[in-house]
Design a protein around this ligand. Structure first.
Ligand SMILES: C[S@@+](CC[C@H](N)C(=O)[O-])C[C@H]1O[C@@H](n2cnc3c(N)ncnc32)[C@H](O)[C@@H]1O
Length: 270
């Protein structure tokens, strides 16, 4: 019932903005667990991908791999990187530590998530700030790479976000993004919005099967962690939100009504 109402209201931009803000403020406030640093569904590499540098026992291995396999599409070392929708900061920390950008800014709409990330991930080249994807508080032409992981489905206006990405990127800068849409039609809308930016499309890839494999491989650990960390009365709702095996997210991705894509775009050189 509640899910049905939320689904209907998600047609309205104001509701999408409010829903994202309230949800992620509450999650960061009420579940401050220091060992829960990612909120994406994860990525299992294909044989064509380079070997994963991550230890298989890494906590939240698949969500970390989502960041790794996205970020290696562009040169990160020595660059100024902005992540929009950095959540609890685990991906930002991974990239800032392992891929050695000059400076990495993680930005999120939820102040509680920003505070949590600043508290849990302290590195000299990393900081987290509060801000909206639709009005990025940074100067024009100041960023080499913008990263965006499973976040823009929640924005009131994706075209506004994309015009902000293009504004803050330096000429020749890269935009790396992964996200899902709940229907083929909505994925086509996203692709058209990306095309309308007139940035150069370097690569687009349907990574739904990699995400399904990650969900299935991580299911047992994910359920155990939910049992340990989430109050009993919220566990079922949380299992749906976390996309366990058999959840609506997992099933629709398997059916193919929902798809999950990776995009790499580049702003024109001056
Ligand atoms: C599913 S979580 C993903 C977080 C992180 N990228 C990860 O993979 O762990 C989506 C994040 O996007 C953030 N978000 C939603 N709307 C936003 C907006 N308009 N501007 C900036 N961040 C936003 C949420 O607060 C949340 O932290």
């Amino acid at each position: 019932m509640i899910n049905g109402i939320i689904y209907l209201f998600k047609r309205f931009s104001w509701f999408k903005r409010m829903n994202a803000k309230v949800t992620y403020e509450l999650l960061a406030k009420h579940i401050p667990a220091q060992d829960w640093n990612f909120m994406n569904y994860g990525y299992n590499p294909t044989p064509a991908d380079p070997a994963s540098p991550l230890d298989p026992s890494t906590l939240q291995l698949y969500p970390t791999q989502m960041y790794h396999y996205l970020a290696i599409k562009a040169q990160i070392e020595g660059k100024n990187v902005l992540e929009v929708g950095s959540g609890r900061g685990g991906g930002a920390r991974y990239i800032a530590e392992k891929l050695k950008p000059h400076h990495y800014i993680g930005m999120d709409l939820a102040q509680n998530a920003v505070d949590l990330a600043n508290k849990n991930h302290s590195l000299p080249n990393l900081k987290f700030i509060q801000g909206s994807a639709e009005c990025i508080p940074l100067a024009d032409n100041s960023i080499d790479v913008v990263i965006n992981v499973e976040s823009c489905h929640a924005y009131g206006s994706v075209p506004k976000f994309l015009s902000e990405v293009k504004r803050v990127l330096k000429p020749g800068g890269h935009f790396l993004m992964v996200d899902f849409r709940n229907s083929q039609e909505n994925m086509t809308i996203l692709k058209n919005e990306l095309r309308d930016t007139q940035m150069k499309l370097i690569q687009e890839e349907n990574i739904s099967s990699n995400v399904i494999q990650a969900i299935e491989a991580e299911d047992e650990t994910k359920r155990k962690r939910i049992e340990e960390k989430i109050p009993k009365r919220w566990q079922k709702l949380f299992c749906d939100f976390a996309g366990v095996v058999g959840s609506r997210f997992h099933l629709t991705l398997k059916e193919g009504t929902r798809t999950y894509w990776r995009f790499h775009l580049q702003k024109a050189e001056a």
